[in-house]
Write a protein that binds this ligand. Structure first.
Ligand code: DX5
Ligand code: ZN
Length: 237
């Protein structure tokens, strides 16, 4: 896939606009990954969250560009996007491979590199949305000098590395502080412990993209779970 470089003025793809739930395939059944993605996209999902772990930045090892290339056309053909969350050391070494494999956004961790500004520029040059994630113990102020460089901030609402952990209760306040720091235009994503009881609190706090893994894929009916979380996240619900 050859993308035009992005700038601060490039509009967001439609799939990233509004309040969205992004199913995280970390908790999917990889033996029937394509089928599960179809089921969720038929239920309305447009952002598929793709968690990459390297056994260094976080202990587990998960998936990489080969798996991304295997699902990207399916997601794009259904009008969706793939949101790639890199929980890895030296993230800049991997941006080009993920962009080539079909990533629409590439999120790296602020804690994984001293070169956040350069990383954002490099991701946009590849035509992807530039995303910066922060861990629960990282203050929102660390991103204050990245104005105009970032398309998507990701606030971890659990410690990165595993699905199914409990939501950290101080997260809504943290998202409010980040929203007032970065303004209204930038995407704010939250990741970890999101379900029907937390999605509304996070959208009220200013998050627009909510990742949900186990609450969707570990339920008996993932499509219905997706719809329930989506309904809980919408304003006024
Ligand atoms: C965790 C990952 C998440 C994970 C969330 O490090 O970044 O995307 O899938 O899982 P749940 O929704 O189960 O907390
Ligand atoms: Zn994630």
């Amino acid at each position: 896939m050859t993308n035009q470089p992005r700038t601060a003025d490039t509009p967001l793809p439609e799939a990233f606009q509004g309040i969205r739930i992004a199913p995280s395939i970390l908790s999917a059944d990889f033996g029937k990954l394509g089928e599960q993605i179809t089921e969720l996209m038929d239920a309305g999902a447009r952002v598929i969250h793709f968690d990459v772990m390297d056994g260094q930045f976080v202990p587990p090892i998960t998936i990489g560009p080969l798996v991304l290339a295997g699902i990207a056309d399916q997601v794009h053909d259904a009008g969706g996007v793939v949101d790639v969350h890199l929980m890895i050391e030296n993230p800049d070494r991997q941006f080009a491979d993920f962009a080539k494999a079909g990533a629409d956004s590439i999120i790296f961790h602020e804690e994984a590199t001293p070169h956040a500004h350069r990383c954002c520029h490099a991701i946009r040059e590849l035509g992807c949305l530039a995303g910066v994630a922060i861990n629960p113990g990282t203050p929102v102020e660390v991103v204050s000098e990245l104005e105009g460089m970032v398309d998507e901030f990701l606030v971890m609402t659990v410690n990165p590395g595993w699905g199914g952990q409990p939501f950290i209760g101080t997260s809504p306040g943290k998202v409010r502080r980040l929203r007032s720091l970065v303004g209204e235009e930038v995407l704010i994503e939250v990741d970890g412990g999101i379900g029907t009881s937390t999605a509304g609190r996070m959208s009220d706090a200013g998050a627009t993209l909510m990742v949900a893994g186990s609450a969707i894929f570990k339920s008996d009916d993932p499509a219905q779970a997706y719809r329930d979380i989506d309904a809980a996240a919408q304003p006024g619900s």
